[in-house]
Design a protein around this ligand. Sequence first.
Ligand SMILES: [Fe+2]
Length: 366
Amino acid sequence: MKLELKNNKVFFESKGLKKEIHPFWLRERVNGEKYVDKSTQQRLFDPTQLQENIQIKDLSLCNDFLEVNFNDGASTKIAVIDIFKEFSNIDEIKQIKKIKWDSSFSEQNTFEFDENLFETYEMYKALINFYQYGFVIFKNVPTKDNFIVKFANSIGSVRRTNFGEFFNVQSKSNPNDLAYTSLNLAPHTDNPYRNPVPCIQILQCIENEVAGGLSTLVDGYTVSEKLKQDFLDYYKILAEVKIRFQFIDQTIVLEDWAEMIKLDESGNFKQVRFSPRLDFVPLIDKEKLKLFYSARKKLSELYNSENYKIEFKLLPGELLMMDNYRLLHGRTKYDANEGNRFLQGCYIDYDSTEGRLKHLKRKFNF
Ligand SMILES: [Fe+2]
């Protein structure tokens, strides 16, 4: 990448392509004290109020800084590296490559909690793991006084739902969700009926005295890529048909329409939603439905296959943070007569983890 100046114009060259930078784009980036608040980095002027015919009066390139004087009297000195950063358009989070995994997963993905964790390099590494694998586990996290809320709020902010700021997962009478029983819970994603769906689930074990009740995880990214490879028609229809996900209790009706495999604008994996207790398929053409039902059955077979699932026992103090857009989770059944099994859960959104990761990256100067 390089900058070139000619006749009061700035040209940006990258990969053999040379383009002029609009003078207004540079004018928006004037950065002196008069124009930008130093502590917040927010503009002190409104670019929509500027005159439209902004022109460059004169400019120079000196010691990796571009100095520009504009025809409205403003002038600035911009680091060339900052211009390059904007043009390379790098999304730091998308740069972290997802690593597909299956039942043979054996990576070290556990981090020790300490009270300064959230500002440490360990936390940075844990968040990188989270984006690579879709989950990470923290050990020895305090269990008293709903510490999970403090944990979540130390990364970002708890995403409150109608289940409250956090929820207790233990068997109880008259449950409004099967999670609050001792039954087996097949792999599923949480809250597919919300708009937006909570991005990240945090689940902490407070007590676990039972032999069963193992936590299960499946990588929805691995499974959907497998489906794409072996059953392209199934993959396509699951990425096309929007179905209705629904949750109803005494106080609320939540509904959202979405694909079971959601792709981004480039056709890459974005999100899976899977909760066979809560989905309602639309009444579409019979032939299409035939294909859809076969596809859903195959997807379910893969999600529930021993080939993709990992199972482990969460011990008191262990906290699992998982990507609810990528992973499916569940648990094996247990016998409530053996003792207590008590987990607490809450949600946070991607802005929390992304914001913390970028902060730590800046702090450690990567
Ligand atoms: Fe769940």
